[in-house]
Write a protein that binds this ligand. Structure first.
Ligand code: 4AD
Ligand code: MG
Length: 489
C-alpha cells in the first residue's frame, strides 16, 4: 500500500472531525477530537465544536480522576484536544459522546476577556468581532452554506460546458459606466504629479494610465466568450457607491456567465436554471445548517408584529422557488402594474411611479415580487437611458434587451442583458454615453472581427447567500464586510 501522503485522493488526520464521528455507524472505540469549547457544565460535560458541523460533541470528564488545574483551563473559547471512547449518548438530541481518558488544552481563552459567552449575542455586536464570529452557530452555518453555494456554482457551469475565466481585478475601464470606482495607484499621495493645467499626470503612474478596481468582469468575459463560446467569471468586484443598505457591499463577489449565440430568452432560461440548481444543492446538502437557521428565524419572527411575519419557513421558501416558474414581465407591463398599485395610489412609495422611463427602486421591485406576483420575477426590455451602454437595442429605439431577476426579500439578485453585437449601433451608444472609442478599441474589435449575438448576466454571490440563509443584512454573509467607514480586519 502507498503511504498516506502519496495517495492523492486522501487527506486524513489523526484527529476525527465531529461531522465524521456523528455520521459513524459504529462506536466503542477510541477517538481524538480537537475543537473549541462552547460550554463546560457541572465540571463534567464539555460541548466541543470543530466547525465541521453545526453539531457539538459532548465530552464527558471524570472530575475526580482529572487534574483540577487542567480542568480550570477548560473555559468557553479555549481550544482542546480530547481522547476517549466514543459511546452512545443518553442525553437527548445527541447520538454519541466521548468518555474522556485524556484532555489537553491547546490554547487557553481568558474567561474574563473572551467576548463570546454562551448566550445570544446581537448580529451588530458580532460584526464588531468579525474575527471571532465564525465560532458562533449562526455565522458558522452561514459560512458552510456560502461554501456550498460557491461549490454548486462551479459545478453547475462545469457540468454545462462553461469555462472558468479569470478577468482582471485592476482595470482601466468602467464596465458599468456608473463611475463608482476605487482608484488604484502607487503615486505618493502627498506629491501627485500634475501637468501645467493642474490635471493629474497618470502617464507617470504605475500602469502609465488611470486604473481602478474592477466593478465587473463582464467586458473581458465577452472577449473570452467570442472564442471559447461559454465562459464565466467568479471574482471579487468593488464599488465605491455610498449606499449604506442591507443589500450593498463595497467589495462583493460576482458570478458572470457569458454565452455566445444566446439571445435574451436563453439568458433568462440560463439564469432561472442556474439559480434553481444552486438552491437545490443547498437544500440537499446543508440540512443541519438550514434547520438551525430556520429555527433561528422562527424565533426572530415571534418578536415581530403579525403583519410583518413571513408566511413561509426558510426551507419552504427555497422549495417554493424550485417548484415555480419565474414570472417574465416587460418593464412596460411592470410600470403599468406599479402605476395602478395601492402603495402608488396612496402615495406610500418613497419614489412614486408617474410614468414610463422611471428607474425602479428596490421598493418597487419588492412590491412586484412579494405583494403582486408572490414569486421570483424577471423584468426585461428596460428603457435604454437607465441601463448600460453595452445592452442590445430593440427595434423600438427606446428599450434595450436588459433583464433583472428579482427575488423576495432581496429585490435585484441578477442583472444582465443581450449584448449589442452590431458595431455601428454600439458606436452610436458609446457616443450617447460619452465613452471614448480609443479606450474601448479592444472591446469594439470583437464586433469588428467575427461578431456574434451573445448574452450574459451577473449574480451577486452575497445576495444569493442572503436569500438561502434567510439573513437580513449582507454584512453577515461575507466573512469580513467592506462598507462605508468599515475596513477592519
Ligand atoms: O446589475 P449589476 O451592476 O450588473 C453588472 O455588473 C453586469 N456587468 C453583470 C453582467 O451582465 N455580467 O450587478 C450584478 C449583480 C446585481 O444584480 C447584484 O446581485 C450584485 O451584482 N450587486 C451587488 N451586491 C452587493 N453589493 C453591491 N454593491 C452590489 N452591486 C451589485
Ligand atoms: Mg443591476
Amino acid at each position: 500500500m502507498l503511504p498516506l501522503h502519496n495517495n492523492i485522493n486522501a487527506f486524513k488526520m489523526k484527529r476525527t472531525k465531529i461531522a465524521d464521528l456523528l455520521a459513524e455507524e459504529k462506536h466503542g472505540y477510541e477517538v481524538v477530537v480537537k475543537g473549541w469549547v462552547r460550554t463546560f457544565r457541572s465540571n463534567r460535560f464539555i460541548a466541543i465544536n470543530d466547525g465541521s458541523t453545526i453539531n457539538n460533541i459532548q465530552a464527558v470528564v471524570d472530575f475526580d480522576n482529572t487534574d483540577e488545574a487542567l480542568l480550570k483551563r477548560v473555559t468557553t473559547g479555549a481550544c482542546v484536544s480530547v481522547t476517549g471512547e466514543l459511546v452512545e449518548s443518553l442525553g437527548k438530541g445527541q447520538k454519541y459522546e466521548i468518555q474522556v481518558s485524556a484532555i489537553e488544552v491547546l490554547g487557553d481563552a481568558d474567561a474574563e476577556k473572551y467576548p463570546l459567552q454562551p448566550k445570544k449575542h446581537s448580529l451588530e455586536f458580532l460584526r464588531e468581532i468579525a474575527h471571532l464570529r465564525p465560532r458562533t452557530n449562526t455565522i458558522s452555518a452561514i459560512m458552510r452554506i456560502r461554501h456550498n453555494v460557491t461549490y454548486a456554482i462551479h459545478k453547475y457551469f462545469n457540468d454545462n460546458g462553461f469555462y472558468y475565466i479569470n478577468t482582471p481585478i485592476i482595470t482601466g475601464s468602467d464596465a458599468e459606466g456608473a463611475g463608482e470606482m476605487f482608484t488604484v495607484t502607487n503615486f505618493d499621495l502627498n506629491n501627485i504629479p500634475k501637468d501645467e493645467n493642474g490635471a493629474i499626470n497618470y502617464k507617470d503612474d504605475f500602469f502609465g494610465k488611470q486604473t481602478n478596481l474592477t466593478v465587473s468582469g463582464q467586458l473581458e468575459a465577452e472577449l473570452a466568450a467570442m472564442a471559447l463560446g461559454q465562459v464565466y467569471t467568479f471574482g471579487p468586484t468593488f464599488r465605491a457607491e455610498n449606499s449604506n443598505t442591507t443589500r450593498h457591499l463595497a467589495e462583493f463577489w460576482m458570478i458572470e456567465p457569458e454565452v455566445a449565440f444566446a439571445d435574451l430568452d436563453e439568458n433568462m432560461d440560463l439564469a432561472e436554471s442556474f439559480l434553481k440548481y444552486v438552491i437545490k444543492h443547498v437544500l440537499d446538502n446543508c440540512q443541519d445548517d438550514l434547520a438551525f437557521l430556520e429555527a433561528r428565524l422562527l424565533d426572530e419572527e415571534k418578536s415581530k408584529p403579525q403583519a410583518e411575519r413571513s408566511e413561509m419557513k426558510l426551507t419552504e421558501k427555497l422549495q417554493f422557488v424550485l417548484d415555480n416558474n419565474f414570472v417574465r414581465l416587460s418593464y412596460t407591463e411592470a410600470i403599468e402594474i406599479l402605476k395602478r398599485s395601492k402603495p402608488n395610489q396612496k402615495k406610500k412609495f418613497q419614489y412614486l411611479i408617474d410614468g414610463w422611463g422611471a428607474d425602479l427602486q428596490s421598493e418597487h421591485e419588492r412590491f412586484l415580487v412579494e405583494k403582486h406576483f408572490k414569486c421570483p420575477v424577471i423584468l426585461f426590455d428596460y428603457p435604454k437611458e437607465i441601463k448600460a451602454f453595452y445592452m442590445r437595442q430593440n427595434d423600438d429605439g427606446k428599450t434595450v434587451r436588459a433583464m433583472d431577476v428579482l427575488f423576495p426579500g432581496i429585490g435585484e439578485i441578477i442583472g444582465g442583458s443581450q449584448r449589442e453585437e452590431r458595431l455601428d449601433v454600439l458606436k452610436e451608444k458609446m457616443k450617447d454615453f460619452n465613452i471614448p472609442e480609443e479606450e474601448m478599441w479592444w472591446y469594439m474589435d470583437t464586433r469588428r472581427f467575427g461578431t456574434a449575438p451573445h448574452s450574459g448576466f451577473g449574480l451577486g454571490l452575497e445576495r444569493l447567500v442572503l436569500f438561502v440563509t434567510g439573513m437580513g443584512n449582507i454584512r453577515d454573509v461575507i466573512p469580513f464586510p467592506r462598507t462605508p467607514d468599515n475596513a477592519e480586519f
